[in-house]
Design a binder for this molecule. Sequence first.
Ligand code: PLP
Length: 403
Amino acid sequence: MSAEQAFPRPTIPKDPVLSWPALFSKKKAGIASFMELGQLQFLTSGRMGIGNALRLMGVQAGDRVLVPAYHCNAMIEPVAWLGAIPVFYRIKADAGVDLDDVARLLQEGCASAMLVTHYFGFPQDNQAIAEFCQAHGLAFLEDCAHAFFGEVAGKPIGSFGQYAIASPWKFFPIYDGGCIAMHGSGASGLRLQHPGISLQIKSAINALEAAFRYRRLCIVRHIAKPLLWMKDVVWGSIKRAAGPERNKLSTAPNSAEGGTSFEPLWLDKRMSLASRLLMHALDFGRIIALRRSHYQRLLDACNDIPGCHPLFPVLPEKVVPYAFPLVIDQPERIFATLKRAGVPIIRFGEVLWPGVDASICPISVEFSRKVFQFPCHQELDTAELEWMIATIRSTMLCAQARH
Ligand SMILES: *Cc1c(COP(=O)(O)O)cnc(C)c1O
C-alpha cells in the first residue's frame, strides 16, 4: 500500500457543514463551552492560539516546552517556530497525561511551559495537572482543539490553564477559526488585525461550497451558482495580482484542508467575519445534543465488533466529543478499504514529530497507527451515520473472516 494513495472524496462530510437546521434550531445547551472563558480572542486557527499563548508566556529560544508524545504537528510547530525545544512526555493507555513521566523529564532539566490536550473532547485530570504545574513553576496551556464544549469539576473545560486554545472549525461549519483564552495575561491581550479581504471572501464562500458539496442548502445553491462562477474568475486575478507574500495569506490557515505548516503571518490576524457571525449565531444546544447522541450510537454499534475497541467506552455526562476514536488491531488492512469506500477517517498523530518513537512513548506510537477517528458531528444525518456504521462493521467483519 503506497502512502501517497489517492482516495475519493468522503461520501459523507468529515467536518460539520452548514444546513437549515443548523441555522434555525434553538435548544438549551446544558454544558458549558469555550465561549464562557475570560479574555477570549478570535484568531484564524488553533495553532495561532498556541503560538500566541507561548509568546505571551514569555517562552524564548532554547526554553524547554513539555508537549505530549501523542500529538499532531500543528501543536509542535509553534514551539519550534519560537526556537524552543519540544520535550515529549508520555501518555497512558487511557490517553491521560503520565505525570510521573513529566516529573522524570523535569529532573533532566527544567521547562517553562506544559501543553496538555483533551483528546477527542475527553478531559484530562485538570485539577491534578494544574497543581502539578503550579508546584513545578510551569505555565499550563490547555489545548481544547478537541474540546470546544465540556465541563470539569463544574467549570468550563479550558478554565484550569493560564491559557487555553480552541479550534472552532472542528465544531462549527466554518472555514477558519481559532480561539485563545488568556486567564494568565493580565489585561493587555492581543492587538489583532483585519485578516484581509481574501480570507473574508473565501471563508464566506467556502462555508457555502462545503454545504453544497454535501447536498445541503440546495435552494441557495441555485441562486448562488452565477456568483460562485464569478468568484472563481475574480479569485484567480486577485492571486495573480497579489504576489507571493500575499499568497501566503490565501493558503489554508488550519488543518481543515490539510494545511500543515505554521505561517507566522497569521499570528495577529482576526478570525473572518463570516466565521465569527456563524459561531455566534449557531445553536450550541443542538451541537451538544447531536454530537453526544451520535457518539453513543457509534459506541453501541461498534462495541461488539471483533478486532477493535472504542478508546473511550463510556461517554461521561459533561463531555461533548470531537470524534469517535476506535482502536483497530490491524489498521493497515482496514484503513485503505474504508477510505476507498468513502468513509472519512481522521488519524490524529498519524505523523509524529521527528524523533518521537517507541523509546519515547510506545503508547503514542501505537495510537498513531491504530486509532481511527470517525466523525460524530452534528451535521451527519441518520442515513449518513447508519451508512458509516454499516460500512465499518462489514469491513471489519470481512477482514476478520479473511484472517
Ligand atoms: C487541530 C488541532 C490543533 C491545531 O488547530 P488548527 O486550527 O488546525 O491550527 C491543535 N491541537 C490539536 C489537538 C488539534 O487536533
